[in-house]
Design a protein around this ligand. Structure first.
Ligand SMILES: *Cc1c(COP(=O)(O)O)cnc(C)c1O
Length: 372
């Protein structure tokens, strides 16, 4: 039995009539940029995330860039983040002339190790960007305490974690600014690119809204250097339909994860733990395995999809060589990059498919377990 690592059409099949009606409603309205669908979506997702202000933009990458513009990041300013994340987190810092300063990860949660952040702070530190990787929340109480003590804003990269909670609070509601991606494969995915910036600060929200729209404060009058980054109305309409299902879909992912957890006990694969007080939304269900590339090949040969997020940590990427990264600098991130393997985890997976993935993984690990 083949099990694809992703299958977005299965979800579409369950909501097709609502989506089709929403999309054709926008087309018939003739309003494609901003407008009532975007406004309504921003209101609904702000309520969902338990925040005051939500501003749509064109992608999660733009959300990060605009958040950094809104705090006034200048060339030479330092921003602390994780080396084990999607490239956009560091790319946006570098694009604005800033310097990404990496801090190693906590091997249990794959997120930035809060205990190592303080050592990386210098007089030039302007922001801390924790990334809720794979849908598991970072240790936000510890990170916010550091941010407050040093008066450094904290920007949550919640691209992978919409709907996750930390000690009863929603991811996105804790940082000074938070950033979301609606890339189609994210838990709340549009049918194209999209992103969101959220904050509880009204003045900052107004600035962010202006930056997203060329810095315009009145028609053809500008008081900030901005960008063209708006959520388009078709995507907002799609997201309004999907937001109503998000909690159920995330619950579905948790059920898949629970089944994997049970089936993989004793297999030699380390299943992903959930920290006390957190709910995981399993954007990815990521195990650690020995001999990872051989295991991935064995799964592929059986028709079972898997992915490696991420094979090379950012401090070792050629594009960021100027930062002076070297092998051995962030041992936990480097070990994760060698060991991680993400399994299919969408809520539409059948029990038989989950069983097939787990069996394929156990079979792939068996010769390795015998050797060791
Ligand atoms: C997806 C993602 C982004 C970027 O989002 P896009 O919408 O693809 O631009 C940023 N950070 C992380 C951690 C992501 O997973």
């Amino acid at each position: 039995m083949a099990v694809p690592v992703l299958d977005l059409l299965r979800q579409y099949a369950t909501i097709k009539s609502d989506i089709d009606a929403a999309v054709s409603g926008v087309i018939s309205s003739g309003r494609f940029i901003l407008g009532p669908e975007v406004q309504a979506f921003e209101k609904e997702i702000a309520t969902y995330l338990e925040v005051e202000h939500a501003i749509g933009c064109a992608s999660g990458t733009d959300a990060l860039q605009i958040a950094l513009m809104a705090i006034g990041l200048r060339p030479g300013d330092e921003v602390i983040t994780s080396p084990f994340t999607f490239v956009a987190t560091a790319e946006t810092i570098a694009l604005l002339g800033g310097v990404p300063v990496f801090v190693d990860i906590d091997p249990a949660t794959f997120a930035i190790d809060a205990a190592q952040i303080e050592r990386a702070i210098t007089p030039r530190t302007r922001a801390i960007i924790p990334v809720h990787l794979y849908g598991h929340p970072c240790d936000m109480d510890a990170i916010m305490a550091i941010g407050r003590a040093h008066r450094i804003p904290v920007i949550e990269d919640a691209a992978q974690a919409v709907g996750a909670t930390y000690r009863g609070r929603k991811v996105c509601s804790m940082g000074d600014i938070s950033c979301v991606s609606f890339y189609p494969t994210k838990n709340l995915g549009a049918y194209g690119d999209g992103g969101l910036i959220v904050t509880n600060d009204a003045e900052r929200a107004a600035l962010i809204r202006r930056i997203c729209n060329h810095g315009q404060y009145e028609t053809y009058k500008y008081n900030a250097v901005g960008v063209n980054s708006r959520l388009d109305a078709i995507q907002a309409a799609v997201l309004r339909v999907k937001l109503r299902h998000l909690d159920a879909w995330n619950e579905g992912r948790r059920s898949v994860a629970a089944r994997y957890d049970a089936l993989l006990t004793g297999s030699g694969a380390a299943t992903p733990p959930v920290a006390e007080g957190c709910t995981h939304i399993y954007h990815q269900y990521t195990v650690r395995v020995p001999n990872r590339d051989a295991v991935a090949r064995a799964l592929h040969a059986r028709g079972v999809g898997s992915m490696i997020y991420y094979p090379v940590p950012l401090h070792l990427q050629p594009a960021y060589a100027a930062l002076g990264g070297r092998v051995g600098q962030f041992p936990a991130a480097e070990e994760a990059a060698r060991e991680v393997l993400s399994l299919p985890v969408y809520p539409e997976l059948t029990a038989a498919e989950i069983d097939e993935v787990a069996t394929a993984l156990r079979d792939a690990l068996e010769p390795i377990a015998v050797q060791s």
